[in-house]
Design a protein around this ligand. Structure first.
Ligand code: FAD
Length: 482
């Protein structure tokens, strides 16, 4: 039994439910908002377990796949293979994709609810957490979201043009996104050239003067959020050496004896890198390395310091911290001491954040999520949510898959129990299309996307890359208009 069966809830078995659902007179119409992993996995599960349901996916950009296209690092092509499964779902005759439709602007959730039996909000996290410190808005300070979007071709980040003329960059955060950014900044150009990184960012990185990246975290080595694969990639990065302070790791070997295996292995790798003397040949290679990176622990940003003219970042003042408690729940408490670190580039990688869609849709501003119970939006029957907007902006694609299956299961159960009224048919896209036409919106179909995809792959092939992303939505629309 696949993962769908594993998360089965409710009294009737999957086969019984499938039989029952197939006997319904009116085919349920479900609409999903957002075409990232959450949207596609929700659609996939509903289509697989309901033989009649039809699912329409609405996406604000012309192109699908959310953060798989605009977040996942260009040098991690294997992660992007999930798009093959999403493509299969989109090609199902009971599924349709409508890109270039911003829900909340081009069509409201209330309008969608009138056209569909159920609406699932899977619109991800469109914002970032702010540092909330003086100097945050100085030039040279960027959020990870903007920076990642810039090198990955996110249309709204194409004007970023980050200033890479300094030697030292500081990344605030100890998660995988922070490591992705450090790796992209320090990777040899010949490695990046073979990826789907945009031409524009490749040209900027070719002129980059950045040769040192500090990754700064408020807590200690036992609290880092990155995983061993990403750490190993940094340690093995050609032309870059790791600078870890042995003092940060002394005594940790004993502390991790009873720790969960992933924490133990990750910490052991950090300890090995910090404490072990490299063999002679490696020493030569290391000292010759033109670039370096390091992890700085127990430091919390207090202020981004301005240059003499007050316009640019020239460094960051960090408050030193001590840990109160242990493990994941350890808190960083300022000791009262501070330290200044010089850098011309500050990248804040402290998390993405969802935004409210419309006043009519409940939103917990504190947690940055839509309040829900197993994906059922609180107080709004027929409205559901999945993915980062459901549980907050954490977790990898597999985590998002599981919680999307959970939401899809809630939809199926509500269909079965009659919570969703399918006695009357709903028009689905037929009705939405006229709303969109009246507002001058031209939806992009999945076969339109496949034309854009083919054009990108062809442009990339010429340059030896898997694809050259088109970064201007207007150009995408022109490409499919004839
Ligand atoms: P998203 O992927 O953000 O999808 C949301 C979609 O909704 C987007 O396409 C967006 O355009 C659309 N949308 C937004 N607003 C509207 C609207 N109003 N109307 C219509 N559509 C809208 N996971 C891994 O497993 N491996 C990795 O290597 C990895 N790398 C990552 C790198 C970065 C930089 C980040 C940020 C995350 C990474 N992840 C990785 C995590 C993974 O990307 C997420 O778990 C997953 O994308 C969350 O899915 P989602 O569908 O909730 O959100």
């Amino acid at each position: 039994m696949g993962p769908a069966g594993a998360c089965w809830r409710g009294g009737r078995g999957p086969c019984g439910l499938r039989r029952w659902l197939s006997s319904c007179a009116v085919a349920p119409r479900v609409c999903v908002v957002g075409s990232g992993p959450a949207g596609f996995y929700t659609a996939q599960h509903i289509l697989k377990h309901h033989g009649e349901a039809r699912v329409d996916i609405y996406e604000k950009l012309p192109v699908p796949f959310g953060l798989v296209r605009f977040g996942v690092a260009p040098d991690h092509p294997e992660v992007k293979n999930v798009t093959n499964t999403f493509t299969q779902t989109a090609r199902s005759e009971r599924c349709a994709y409508y890109g270039n439709v911003t829900v909340g602007r081009d069509v409201t959730v209330a309008e969608l609810q009138r056209c569909y039996h159920a609406v699932v909000l899977s619109y991800g996290a469109e914002d970032h957490r702010v540092l909330g410190i003086p100097g945050e808005n100085l030039s040279g300070v960027y959020s990870a979201r903007e920076f990642v979007g810039w090198y990955n071709g996110l249309p709204e980040s194409q004007d970023l043009k980050p200033d890479l003329s300094c030697e030292t960059a500081l990344v605030l955060g100890h998660g995988n996104v922070a490591l992705d950014i450090a790796r992209i900044l320090l990777s040899p150009l010949q490695l990046l050239r073979k990826t789907d990184i945009t031409d524009g960012s490749l040209a900027a990185l070719a002129c980059s003067k950045v040769k040192r990246v500090w990754l700064v975290g408020r807590r200690g080595p036992l609290q880092v959020a990155f995983t061993i694969k990403e750490l190993r990639e940094m340690i093995n990065l050609p032309g870059a050496r790791a600078v870890l302070d042995p003092a940060d790791f002394t005594g940790l070997e004993n502390t991790i004896k009873g720790a969960p295996r992933p924490t133990k292995r990750l910490t052991e790798l950090m300890i090995k890198t910090a404490l072990e003397k490299p063999v002679e040949k490696a020493v030569e290679a290391q000292t010759a390395a033109p670039r370096e990176w390091g992890l700085k622990f127990q430091r919390s940003p207090q202020e981004v310091l301005p240059s003499a003219d007050g316009r640019r970042a020239r460094g960051v003042r960090l408050a030193l911290t001590r840990l109160q408690g242990s493990g994941d729940s350890a808190k960083a408490i300022p000791t009262g001491d501070t330290e200044e670190l010089e850098c011309g580039l500050v990248l804040s990688s402290i998390g993405y954040r969802s935004v409210p869609l419309e006043p009519a849709v409940p939103f917990d501003a504190q947690r940055g999520v839509i309040p829900n119970s197993s994906g059922r939006v609180e107080g709004v029957p027929g409205l559901y949510c999945s993915g980062w907007v459901k549980r907050g902006a954490t977790g990898v694609i597999i985590t998002t898959m599981n919680d999307s299956f959970d939401t899809a299961q809630s939809v199926l159960e509500d269909l079965q129990r009659g919570v969703l009224d399918v006695a009357t048919s709903r028009e689905g896209f037929g009705a939405v299309e006229s709303i969109l036409r009246s507002r001058g919106v031209r939806p992009v179909s999945f076969s339109d996307w496949e034309k854009i995809d083919a054009a990108e792959v062809a442009r990339g092939r010429a340059a030896g890359k898997p694809r050259e992303k088109i970064v201007d939505p207007q150009e995408m629309l022109q490409l499919i208009s004839h």
